[in-house]
Design a protein around this ligand. Sequence first.
Ligand SMILES: NC(=O)CC[C@H](N)C(=O)O
Length: 260
Amino acid sequence: MPPKALILFAPGTNRDLDAAQAFELAGALPEVVHLNQLRRGERRWQDYQLLVLPGGFSYADALGAGKLLALELQHDFAGPIAEFVASGKPVIGICNGFQALVKSGLLPDPQKAAAAPEATLTFNACGHFECRWVRMLPVSQTCLWTRGLDQVIDCPIAHGEGNFQARDPQFIDTLVAAGQAALLYAGPDGNPARGAYPYNPNGSAADIAGICNPVGNVLGLMPHPENHIFAEQHPLFTRGQARGTGLSLFRNGVKAANQF
Ligand SMILES: NC(=O)CC[C@H](N)C(=O)O
């Protein structure tokens, strides 16, 4: 029986079906579930082995992208989500889902977030929404989603608030040292962008495109690997210049979900 993936849908979510297709291709059984179905008890968290917070514009980005969804997660679903995370089941937040994970304190570290948020995703340093392809490099062995991966992944971005920053700049070094900086924006040569625009598209500290929690089962990332699951989706595919798809990440997640 393939693991069941709960694709969480909030008003304004728009990449739920893209995520569902990616997880299906990676070997899971995805189901798009509205927050209210969980609220009403029509669906139960414990029936799923993998949780996905897909991208979009939940609540129209009011009060900051992902903020209202984060409040909803904190107020209505804190218990079941904490249980899901503590069980070790794989969780991924993509773009708006990443913003919700950070703003609800589930990333970078729920233990520490209770006092004050250590990090946030704020407006792109370039001052505008960016919608184009980027390159990212998986670098963490802590994170179950990136473990064993060292090939560059090409995928699109589509965000206005993807600039990952910490209250204390030293906190970024701590994240990197702990293996929590899971994915870095890379330049054309596949090495980290070193802050250079346009390869680092939003000004994120240390080129961070994605981070995981300390134990590595929860990953959040701004780019959209679910939109590069077939090689031919890449604009340079016919010229033979496309690099890896995002499928490797999803396969890792599904492999981990199989244990539950
Ligand atoms: N594609 C997305 O999930 C976009 C996230 C968010 N709405 C932003 O603009 O930053």
